[in-house]
Design a protein around this ligand. Structure first.
Ligand SMILES: [Cu+2]
Length: 113
């Protein structure tokens, strides 16, 4: 009976490891992202998926592309919207990671203040 729980854990792990990379692969690379962020702690497709989910909830976000190898995420915003660094930071931290850098590729994505 004692070994049943680890076994269940392994079975669940296998199921998730099959499902998660598919999620990650389903991501579409973003052409000309408005913002690129560097995130510390991204290790696997689960991380990428969790981060993507949090970032997508931010107002104005149209698309996210997480690159695990580079430790980066590209953000595409909806037209005529801006996204403050503080909001990005909060979403990244809520997902369990550390924001190390924010690069606004498109200055119009940056709020005035
Ligand atoms: Cu992970």
């Amino acid at each position: 009976m004692k070994h049943l729980i680890p076994l269940l854990g392994i079975a669940l792990g296998i199921m998730l490891s099959i499902a998660a990379p598919k999620q990650a692969l389903a991501q579409k690379k973003i052409e000309n992202p408005d913002i690129t962020i560097n995130v510390a702690g991204l290790a696997c497709p689960f991380c990428a998926y969790g981060l993507e989910k949090k970032l997508k909830k931010l107002d104005g976000v149209a698309a996210i592309y997480v690159n695990i190898d580079e430790g980066q995420a590209d953000i595409k915003l909806k037209k005529e919207t801006t996204l403050a660094e503080a909001n990005i930071k909060k979403a990244v931290e809520d997902a369990g990671f550390t924001l190390t850098k924010v690069t606004y590729a498109n200055e119009s994505a940056k709020p005035d203040k």
